[in-house]
Design a binder for this molecule. Structure first.
Ligand code: NAG
Ligand code: NAG
Length: 401
């Protein structure tokens, strides 16, 4: 009963902001601009090389103009798949990316525009190296904590400086204003795209796994009762006993503090950029649509705002045949395979730590595919194959996996 009330409340309360936002943008199509500047894709020319059309969506045969402000790292995989597919279907897609990045790259069906940032590729290398050192570190607790904090500060500074380089680049902003985009697709975990969409008065489509500290529920004004929604880090399920529930409520009450700690800087950047005091939740509240990369087959029940669509598994559709060498390795395994990776931020680890993994793998009957870029010991067990990049999607399709 409570649950249904909550869902109902969501339905009643939410569409207003989404609708209001949509009507604002309809107005912007009529503005004319004869900007004939060409966007240069990273690969030179592209088949829709010019962005100078001023026609509305109907005159463009129902195709739209989408601005994509992606987040770097693994989040880019699915964003790229969507950008490519929309481009392939005839929409005009422009991906905005910093000059220096970990994984952002150009594609076949979308254009990209880069903006300058005040750091170099070395910084990324430094950050990844630090995270590897932390994993295998034998240092004392205080050193490890201060190391972690230092690393987090480094990542935070990097994110802030990327946001500022985008938002305070007047030339770029001027250019984007003239493009008459229909919508912005972005990952609000990296808030500059959301802030940009807000400033350009464009409908913002968010694609994310979720925001920490319940900020998405606050921003969508969706009920988020701690009575049956387990909070982050508590490891509770939706069925809690009394003490678990008390702890859940305490964490729930602490969440606003956590939000402030995590997102103070984006409130600050947004306020400076928009020249008035504004919070990130106010900006997120104006989203037209939330595309969430999960599914209730793996989640506990909770109310969702009506402008939310669950899109789990979207990236799994993009499969390519495996490299023959990898395919042979996989097919040749009698007992199946183990795919081992620590994510894009940890491509390697200290030799002693790696040795433990190598030893463990040598004792199991399965063959192991490991995404590892660190130092390789003299004898890699026969059942282990090291790769710089693991085609996880493509591996999952193989029946033996
Ligand atoms: C739009 O569609 C019409 C009819 O289907 C076609 O003749 C025209 O070339 C299309 N225009 C563009 C820009 O694709
Ligand atoms: C967008 O930002 C500019 C300054 O950066 C500001 O003058 C303008 O009012 C903002 N527009 C909106 C809709 O917030």
């Amino acid at each position: 009963m409570v649950r249904w009330c909550a869902v109902y409340l969501c339905v009643v309360l939410l569409p207003c902001s989404a609708l209001a936002k949509t009507s604002v943008t309809e107005g912007t199509f009529s503005g004319d601009s004869d900007d004939s500047k060409k966007i240069v894709g990273s690969e030179g020319t592209s088949n829709f090389g010019s962005f100078d059309g001023t026609a509305g969506p109907s005159e463009r045969n129902g195709t739209g103009r989408l601005l994509v402000v992606p987040m770097d790292g693994s989040h880019w995989t699915i964003m790229k798949a969507v950008a490519e597919e929309l481009g392939r279907r005839g929409h005009t897609v422009l991906v905005l990316m910093p000059e220096v990045s970990m994984r952002l790259d150009s594609g076949k069906h979308y254009m990209s525009k880069t903006f300058p940032v005040p750091y170099t590729q070395d910084l990324f290398n430094q950050l990844t190296k630090n995270s590897q050192q932390l994993i295998g570190s034998t240092a004392g607790l205080t050193e490890r904590i201060s190391g972690k904090l230092k690393q987090m500060r480094g990542i935070m500074n990097l994110i802030i400086s990327t946001s500022e380089s985008l938002l305070f680049n007047h030339e770029l902003l001027e250019f984007l204003r003239k493009q008459e985009f229909d919508a912005v697709l972005t990952d609000p975990v990296m808030p500059s795209g959301a802030i940009l969409a807000f400033n350009l008065s464009l409908p913002a489509i968010y694609m994310l796994r979720g925001l920490p500290c319940g900020m998405d529920a606050i921003a969508t004004a969706c009920p988020d009762p701690p009575s049956y929604i387990p909070r982050f880090f508590t490891q509770h399920t939706d069925r809690m006993c009394f003490t678990e529930r008390v702890l859940n409520v305490v964490v729930y009450m602490l969440e606003p503090v956590m939000c402030k700690l995590l997102y103070w800087w984006s409130d600050d950047v947004a306020s400076r950029f928009l020249q008035r005091s504004i919070s990130m939740t106010e900006i997120l509240n104006t989203a037209a649509m939330w595309l969430l990369r999960y599914d209730f087959t793996l989640e506990f029940p909770k109310p969702l705002a009506p402008n939310t669509v669950l899109i789990a598994g979207l990236n799994c559709a993009v499969t390519k045949p495996l490299d023959p060498e990898v395919l042979e390795f996989v097919e040749g395994s009698e007992h199946g395979i183990v795919v081992f990776t620590l994510g894009s931020l940890v491509p390697a680890m200290p030799r002693e730590k790696a040795a433990i993994f190598f030893q463990a793998f040598s004792r199991i009957p399965q063959r192991v595919l490991w995404r590892y870029m660190g130092e390789v010991p003299h004898e890699v067990p026969g059942n282990v194959k090291l790769m710089k990049w693991l085609p996880q999607n493509d591996l999952l399709v193989i029946k033996r996996g």
